[in-house]
Design a protein around this ligand. Structure first.
Ligand code: ADP
Ligand code: MG
Length: 231
């Protein structure tokens, strides 16, 4: 589903004329199959978010190939990448990224509204999603009236609205306590099992990584699959 080959990325930092090159991804190779939950584990600064941003098409790599659902993303125009994202990806962030002035219902509904979907259809779809993430009871609450776990559920529901086949999650439980973290990991597993959604989860937390089907470990921009041996 996602095949990454020989991916390299270097950031240029500093003043014009005296830039310094900072290599951040080094010959990254990675394969994620349809229906898998894969964790990319690594310390802060190891290059995880950069890798996710490249998979998302938010940035262009220095070299290498990123194939997703059979399409090569490297070389696509910004407009093509935006269209690809709408059709294939949902995003989950550590900081939830909810609109404070909108209720849970309205936050989930927003992408459909922006796409011009009719009110009756929006109502049906949002209700369905609220139920899937277990938030029907609090649909009229504003983000500041919800717990961290509930806010993350709203953002997961919103990520699902376009029926994406892949969810990209950057530290999805990074701002949650360990009990709430478990709830969110269970929700991810349920969505994966019921709808076959592929998850790419970036994390620095070994516990989160263990909940995935497979793990890769990033270290200073290099990646390696973490093989677990059963003795
Ligand atoms: P992680 O998500 O694993 O913490 P990142 O991918 O965010 O790591 O960052 C990897 C490295 O790249 C860090 O050293 C960071 O300082 C550097 N970096 C990230 N984004 C930029 C940028 N836009 N410009 C320059 N350096 C960056
Ligand atoms: Mg990061």
């Amino acid at each position: 589903m996602i095949t990454i080959q020989d991916l390299n990325h270097t950031f240029k930092i500093g003043k014009k004329g005296q830039e310094k090159s900072v290599p951040v991804l080094k010959d990254v190779n990675l394969e994620i199959n349809k229906g898998e939950v894969v964790a990319i584990l690594g310390k802060s600064g190891s290059g995880k978010s950069t890798l996710l941003n490249l998979i998302a098409g938010f940035m262009t790599p220095e070299s290498g190939s990123i194939q997703v659902t059979g399409e090569e993303l490297v070389g696509k125009t910004e407009a093509e990448k935006a269209k690809f994202r709408l059709q294939n990806y949902g995003f989950i962030f550590q900081s939830f990224q909810l609109m404070p002035g909108l209720t849970a219902f309205e936050n989930i509904e927003l992408p459909l509204k922006l796409q011009g979907v009719a009110k009756q259809q929006r109502l049906i779809r949002v209700k369905e999603l609220l139920q899937q993430v277990g938030l029907t009871e609090v649909s009229d609450h504003y983000p500041n009236e919800l717990s961290g776990g509930q806010q993350q559920r709203v953002s997961i529901a919103r990520a699902l609205i376009g029926r994406p086949s892949i969810l990209l999650a950057d530290e999805p439980t990074g701002s949650l306590d360990s009990e709430t973290e478990q709830e969110i990991l269970q929700l991810i597993q349920l969505l994966n099992a019921h709808y076959g959604i592929t998850f790419v989860i970036i994390t620095h937390d070994e516990e989160v990584a263990r909940s995935a089907h497979r793990q890769y470990r990033m270290h200073d921009g290099a990646i390696q699959e973490e093989l677990t041996y059963v003795s």
